[in-house]
Design a protein around this ligand. Structure first.
Ligand code: FAD
Ligand code: SAM
Length: 647
């Protein structure tokens, strides 16, 4: 995405493209309070609420958000949480945001916090947290209509803040008004600075009771309104309509103490939940997440796709989480060295162009520059992921456990089945006994999820991988950043590089293999000739990735397979979606698995998604991505093909 072109006229930001100001040149703060807070009856309406959802069309320079956050923090006590969703098609550059901050000294500390986490201009949803999680900003970089189509939750108050309707019709049309109304809770409101007749009529027709009141500054009038009854709307793809979590106690059981399980535990603990974490091993991180190193890398397609959207948003979010966790411990596990990803130069250039990455986020660098960055001669251009790096995965898991503190209880248990009886999940161990019951259960035990009879339909398998620990050499001493191509290598730490990794399906051998070690070393020496010594001593680690049939992580609520097959059995006839009932899902059962070779990128965001579903919050990824990850996709695809086809 490209940054907005802003002109500063006497210190007031002005859009060249829309020929309009971002806010009043008199006093933006007073305007924001008068129009958006007061006319939505805030802060009164959010008192006594533990959660309040505001959505805004037009994030701009974030003034409304900052003023609202400041008011929330002054008027509401923890643990209440403000969810502020804001849509923006033309992200403002951090430089312009900083320029704004400098003009408003009373807001500067809040703007500083915003700038610390301000995302790169990537399409999709960016989840940013403030004041220890008391305020969550979901910054959606997208066209307004598309972004609103991706909403799946009810908003308490809307701030409608596009440029003037006469210059910015995309923000003020009947389709947009309808989407706003359908995503508003009964008793919810809107406010806007404009009093344009078409806006008043459009919002009235969409279902709001609209009132005109005194405008701000030179504007004589403005509009606000409430919705008092919910209309019925047709649901697209009803099979992906997710149920609300019905748990009353803030307690959950998570099976699997790897990255998927521990990130989910942390996401729920931060919301005040208590977690029991079960694993078949005596300690955490015994599976793939026990690796001494892994690269933090998004999976990138040549063009914009749902897959890249998920991985890029998840990658940016993972960087925030890693920074945060690292700041709490002295044991270094997060090495922000930057990554160079080697592939065909034309492909990498095309990728950068089609994603419109900014130079300070991801860029193509030529052969001379890679040498300068890496400290060794790759003799090739590469993609530079500026904020990427490598992670000691085992230590990361340890830091997640520490971050959960007393809210996490660990128990060694091998789970062989789960059964829903008398309103709760029974967790069954090898003796066929119920070891625990719980209302809320998260399965995060990698490929073994499908060993549970209730989940044996999930198309998931293990892929063996071997890492090599290679001693530092004279040549490799200079390596400064992580490099990836067919294999990857980290800079030396404690005298050793980690080289990864082989990839073998249908191989469950757990011992180190000489040939895989050789293949690892050879692949690195092909990228950088004679970087590593040939060495016969076997040193490394074998582990297993969980990989789904479509190679996409499996995250979300678990469908009731029998009910799906009954409700949607004639889906292959291509009947319109509206004639089907909503999807039936197993009560309060969630999955986070199949993170494949990119768990460092995908696990944090997946955990946040599960926590949002469990707690009834806005999701950190857009609906299309929630559906993309939904375990039910395999059943739906099968039913759309032919009855009886394999999943
Ligand atoms: C060789 C290799 C190299 C990799 N390199 C990278 C990389 O560079 N970058 C990257 O992002 N990712 C990489 N990955 C992938 C990454 O390690 C995984 O995606 C991630 O660790 C998955 O975490 P997980 O929690 O889903 O699985 P795991 O860490 O495997 O955890 C699953 C846990 O479930 C437990 N369990 C299983 N069955 C049961 C049961 N019945 N009852 C109780 N507990 C059970 C296991 O004991 C285990 O602790 C690599 C993986 C491998 C194997
Ligand atoms: C008046 S400014 C918003 C000011 C902002 N609320 C603030 O507090 O700084 C209007 C914003 O709407 C955005 N916008 C315009 N057309 C849009 C569209 N079609 N979709 C999403 N955002 C759009 C503009 O880029 C601009 O940032």
């Amino acid at each position: 995405m490209k940054y907005a072109q802003i002109e500063w006229n006497n210190g007031t930001p002005h859009s060249a493209e829309y020929d309009d100001v971002y806010f009043s040149d008199n006093s933006g703060i007073d305007e924001s309070q008068h129009v958006f807070l007061h006319q939505n009856q805030l802060p009164q309406r959010w008192q006594q609420k533990t959660r309040f959802v505001i959505a805004e069309t037009g994030f701009g320079i974030g003034l409304n958000f900052i003023v609202t956050m400041m008011t929330w923090l002054r008027t509401v006590t923890p643990p209440a949480c403000l969810h502020f969703i804001s849509i923006e098609k033309h992200p403002v550059s951090p430089r312009d945001v900083a320029r704004m901050a400098a003009r408003l000294p009373e807001l500067e500390p809040y703007y500083d916090d915003l700038l610390k986490v301000y995302p790169p201009p990537l399409p999709g949803r960016h989840l940013l947290e403030f004041a220890g999680g008391r305020v969550k900003l979901y910054l959606i970089f997208d066209e307004v209509e598309h972004a609103l189509e991706q909403f799946e939750y009810k908003v308490d108050a809307w701030y409608l803040d596009g440029f003037a309707p006469s210059r910015n019709s995309a923000m003020w049309n009947d389709r947009v008004f309808e989407l706003i109304a359908r995503n508003t809770t009964v008793g919810g409101s809107f406010a806007t600075y404009t009093a344009a007749g078409a806006v008043r009529r459009g919002l009235t027709q969409a279902g709001f009771v609209v009132k005109k009141s005194e405008g701000f500054g030179r504007k004589r009038a403005m509009l606000s309104g409430f919705i008092f009854e919910q209309r019925c709307y047709i649901v697209d793809q009803p099979w992906y309509r997710l149920p609300e979590c019905s748990c009353r106690e803030q307690q959950a059981v998570i099976i699997g103490a790897g990255l998927a399980g521990l990130t989910t535990a942390w996401a729920l603990v931060r919301r005040g939940w208590d977690i029991i974490l079960l694993d078949s091993h005596a300690d955490i991180a015994a599976g793939a997440s026990g690796n001494p190193a892994g690269l933090l890398m998004p999976r990138l397609a040549s063009n914009e796709s749902l897959d890249s959207r998920f991985y890029l948003n998840a990658y940016v979010y993972a960087i925030h989480c890693l920074d945060h966790l690292q700041s709490a411990t002295e044991d270094q596990f997060w090495f922000k060295t930057g990554n160079l990803s080697v592939a065909h130069a034309d492909r990498l250039r095309r990728m950068c162009a089609s994603h419109q990455f900014t130079e300070d986020f991801i860029r193509y660098v030529d052969s001379d520059t890679t040498k300068h960055i890496a400290g060794v001669d790759l003799n090739a251009g590469a993609l530079l992921l500026v904020d990427a790096g490598w992670v000691n995965v085992r230590l990361l898991c340890e830091s997640l456990r520490l971050a959960c503190a007393d809210a996490l209880t660990y128990r060694q248990t091998t789970v062989v089945d789960i059964r829903f009886n008398h309103g709760v999940w029974h967790v069954i161990d090898e003796t066929d006994e119920t070891v625990l019951t719980t209302a809320c259960l998260v399965m995060a035990n990698a490929a073994q999820v499908s060993q549970c009879p209730a989940l044996n339909w999930l198309p998931i398998e293990s892929a063996r991988g071997q890492l090599t620990l290679a001693p530092r050499t004279e040549a490799s001493r200079c390596l400064r950043c992580a490099i990836s191509g067919k294999r990857y290598i980290t800079p030396a730490y404690a005298g050793q590089h980690v080289v990864g990794a082989s990839y073998r399906r249908d191989d469950d051998a757990t011992s180190l293999s000489v040939s895989e070690q050789q293949a690892n070393i050879d692949a690195i020496n092909q990228m950088v000739p004679a970087l590593l010594d040939e060495h016969s001593e076997l040193a490394g680690r074998v582990a297993f990735r969980a990989v789904s049939k479509d190679r996409v992580p499996i995250v979300g609520c678990v469908p009731d397979r029998a009910a799906f097959e009954q409700d949607y059995r004639d889906l292959h006839h291509g009947k319109p979606a509206r004639s089907y009932p909503n999807g039936r899902y197993l009560p309060d059962l969630y999955l986070s698995t199949a993170h494949g070779s990119r768990g460092l990128s995908s696990c944090f965001m997946s955990a946040e998604l599960i926590a949002a579903l469990v707690c009834g919050e806005p999701t950190p990824v857009e609906k299309a991505v929630v559906d993309y990850l939904n375990p039910a996709r395999f059943i739906i695809r099968q039913l759309k093909r032919t009855p009886g086809a394999r999943l």
